[in-house]
Design a protein around this ligand. Structure first.
Ligand SMILES: [Fe+2]
Ligand SMILES: [Fe+2]
Length: 168
């Protein structure tokens, strides 16, 4: 059974996963408005993945008979300075999520809740991959600079990303 403290923290994390999804819709809106349809697709896949992170957590909370509260989801930005600005803000957000998940893992260990700790390790591992992917995109954008063909190729590559469901 979940401790009250951990239950509350996991419900907060659930809200953060859905908020992440919403953030990525905002980023997708900006990219499509600027004509980066591949990047827009990439962020829409991010959105879907964050929803599935939320669903994975939601299922666990249900299994644990948690008291699930669903507070409102904070509004997000749809305006950014540039393409690199969007990805840099995306990285900063993922780093924030990593910190949040590390703190949750600490909390699970402290209360000797190994089932929850085990679930959280899936998220911690996922964060390593997410941060690495965004860092790589940022490096590529820096390398490309304002080379039109480079940007076109990168955008085309990001248009091929497909959704991987965290719950299956
Ligand atoms: Fe997530
Ligand atoms: Fe994420």
């Amino acid at each position: 059974m979940l401790s009250k403290e951990l239950e509350q923290a996991l419900v907060t994390q659930l809200n953060r996963e859905y908020h992440s999804a919403y953030i990525y819709i905002g980023m997708s809106v900006y990219c499509s408005k600027e004509g980066y349809n591949g990047c827009s697709n990439w962020f829409l896949i991010q959105y879907q993945e964050e929803i599935s992170h939320g669903m994975k957590l939601f299922r666990y909370l249900e299994e644990q008979d948690a008291n699930i509260e669903l507070p409102s989801i904070e509004g997000v930005e749809v305006e950014f300075d540039s393409l690199i600005d969007v990805f840099e803000k995306s990285l900063a957000h993922e780093q924030y999520m990593t910190k949040s998940l590390n703190e949750l893992s600490d909390m699970a260990l402290k209360s000797k809740d190994h089932a929850t700790y085990n679930l959280l390790q899936w998220y911690v591992t996922e964060q390593v991959e997410e941060e690495a992917t965004v860092k790589e995109i940022i490096d590529n954008i820096k390398l490309i600079g304002d080379n039109g063909y480079g940007l076109y190729s990168m955008d085309k590559e990001l248009s091929t990303r497909t959704f991987v469901d965290a719950t299956s």
